[in-house]
Design a binder for this molecule. Structure first.
Ligand SMILES: [Zn+2]
Ligand SMILES: [Zn+2]
Length: 250
């Protein structure tokens, strides 16, 4: 599998985009920055898995719909748990903030199809299997385990990493990479807790105790303003941080 980082930050400023990852160019994980891709690459995306409803993970869905008029390549399936899809329908695709592009057709097909998924369910998108994990954030949230052949990766989305999740992930065979949220540096511990994000120290404490597998931890969702301190703290504990444009073979 090829993991491409389209954007991996907890906010946006010049040179730093919100969160989106691509698996082999065709499956997207979160939609914070997919519209930064050129049209050729936007056309390739057929499935988008949303971790939660926060704006920094969904906002590029809006320009994707407009781009579809000049570049339609069939309906794009948007997967998410019930709360995420409900929020998307009620607050964004409500014909007030943005048109309901699940009802707008091109060549007889809707631009988006919303696909509800449940915790612990596995979606088969040959040759991939995507399993939904419950995660802990300020809104209902899901993480995804993506398996293809004899390798797999886990993407947590935003949220505090807890014992239960790490115990489950320790049992996953061939788990090569875990992409997890570290938003704030260690001195902002209280802010991290109230906003349901991690600091390097919070993550390291729980991973050392409960993760027994061989997967490598990759960090995303850093706030650019704190990047200097964050990089130093992450290096000290030997975690890898992602950056825009990076391609990782899993
Ligand atoms: Zn976020
Ligand atoms: Zn969030």
């Amino acid at each position: 599998m090829k993991l491409k980082v389209v954007g991996c930050y907890g906010t946006e400023e010049n040179g730093y985009l919100s969160t989106s990852f691509l698996i082999d160019d065709i499956i997207a994980l979160d939609a914070g920055s997919l519209s930064s891709l050129d049209l050729k690459h936007q056309r390739k995306i057929k499935q988008i898995f949303l971790t939660h409803s926060h704006l920094d993970h969904i906002k590029s869905l809006a320009p994707l719909t407009i781009n579809a008029f000049s570049s339609f390549n069939g309906t794009v399936n948007i997967y998410g748990i019930e709360d995420t899809l409900h929020s998307l329908k009620k607050h964004i695709l409500n014909n007030q903030i943005w048109p309901d592009f699940c009802r707008i057709m091109i060549n007889g097909s809707p631009i988006f199809a919303l696909k509800k998924i449940k915790f612990d369910e596995t979606v088969d998108i040959f040759p991939y299997k995507v399993t939904v994990f419950k995660t802990v954030h300020s809104v209902p949230s899901a993480g995804y385990l993506i398996e293809k052949g004899d390798s797999s990766l886990f993407y947590s989305g935003d949220g505090i990493i807890k014992k239960d999740l790490l115990v489950k992930l320790s049992k996953v065979k061939n788990l090569k990479a875990l992409i997890v949220d570290v938003t704030f540096n260690n001195s902002l511990n209280e802010l991290a807790k109230v906003s349901f994000h991690n600091t390097p120290k919070m993550l390291k404490n729980v991973v050392d105790k409960y993760y027994k597998g061989d997967g490598k931890f990759y960090i995303y969702h850093m706030i650019p303003a704190y990047l200097k301190d964050l990089k130093k703290e992450l290096k000290e504990i030997d975690y890898l941080f992602l950056h825009q444009g990076l391609v990782v073979k899993i």
